[in-house]
Design a protein around this ligand. Structure first.
Ligand code: FPP
Length: 249
């Protein structure tokens, strides 16, 4: 039995492996409220949220999910107090340092999406190291959206394509959906089948605007630090009951 077959034994029996979403994306909302309810500083909520990310990554490996994308920091999150922004950057750096070895052993391929050039140098170094180390891994694709914005992603794709048209490398009528998608951060991976947003808010918040054209959305009332495997299981059960028509009848 291969390692992956052994891991799949963990899949709860009421989930059908053939109906699992290939790509799950998550808007991890509610860390601040979780901390406030406990009289703690917001950053404690983010720390508790990071622990939940770690467990969900393990769970996705065990249950046979192909791709997991988490929204860790949006282009709008720079508007938060400097202390919170700095703490989030430090938390991500620590997460990579502490979890990289285990993730590599579990054959996880770590990738980032977003404008990484604006991140602190020390985090950029950690990102380069983790993506390079795991680039040949063939297990779970784990995407961390950092300084990511859907509109900014679409704009930079337009600019890159316009540049190619300007130099004569490409004609305007050669711009197809496939060509456009090849200029997005998600080039080469399937669109999310399921987007989970925690804490009851019903918004996309600039996340994967192009890619979510036909993705199913699941809203959990739970705050992110409380979104455990049991909650994930409920989201997958709900997804398996959906009828996906992709615009057809
Ligand atoms: C939204 O909750 C959450 C964020 C902006 C940060 C998410 C970051 C983590 C879960 C930890 C770091 C990530 C990784 C991958 C290690 P909020 O602060 O807006 O919550 P609120 O709406 O209750 O205030």
């Amino acid at each position: 039995m291969t390692i992956q077959q052994t891991e799949l034994l963990y899949l709860p029996p009421d989930l059908k492996p053939e109906l699992l979403p290939r790509h799950v994306a998550i808007i991890m909302d509610g860390n601040g409220r979780w901390a406030k309810q406990r009289g703690l500083h917001r950053i404690k909520g983010h720390e508790a949220g990071a622990k939940q990310v770690k467990d969900l990554v393990r769970c996705c490996v065990q249950w046979g999910i192909e791709t997991l994308t988490v929204y860790a920091f949006s282009t709008e999150n720079w508007n938060r107090p400097l202390r919170e922004v700095n703490s989030l950057m430090a938390l991500m750096r620590r997460f990579l340092r502490e979890e990289l070895r285990e993730m590599h052993e579990k054959n996880i391929k770590i990738r980032f999406m977003g404008d990484l050039t604006k991140l602190p140098q020390s985090l950029q170094r950690e990102i380069s190291h983790s993506t390079l180390l795991t680039c040949d891994n063939t297990g779970l694709n784990f995407y961390i959206a950092t300084n990511y914005g859907g509109r900014q992603e679409i704009l930079q794709a337009c600019q890159a394509i316009a540049g190619r048209v300007q130099t004569g490398d490409l004609k305007a009528d050669q711009i197809s959906q496939e060509l456009f998608e090849s200029h997005l951060y998600t080039s080469g991976i399937s669109d999310p089948d399921l987007l989970i947003r925690t804490s009851g808010e019903m918004r996309l918040s600039n996340f994967l605007l192009w890619q979510m054209a036909y993705g199913e959305i699941y809203i959990a009332d739970t705050l992110w630090p409380d979104f455990d495997r049991g909650q994930f299981h409920l989201a997958l059960l709900a997804y398996q009951q959906r009828e996906r028509r992709f615009g057809a009848v």
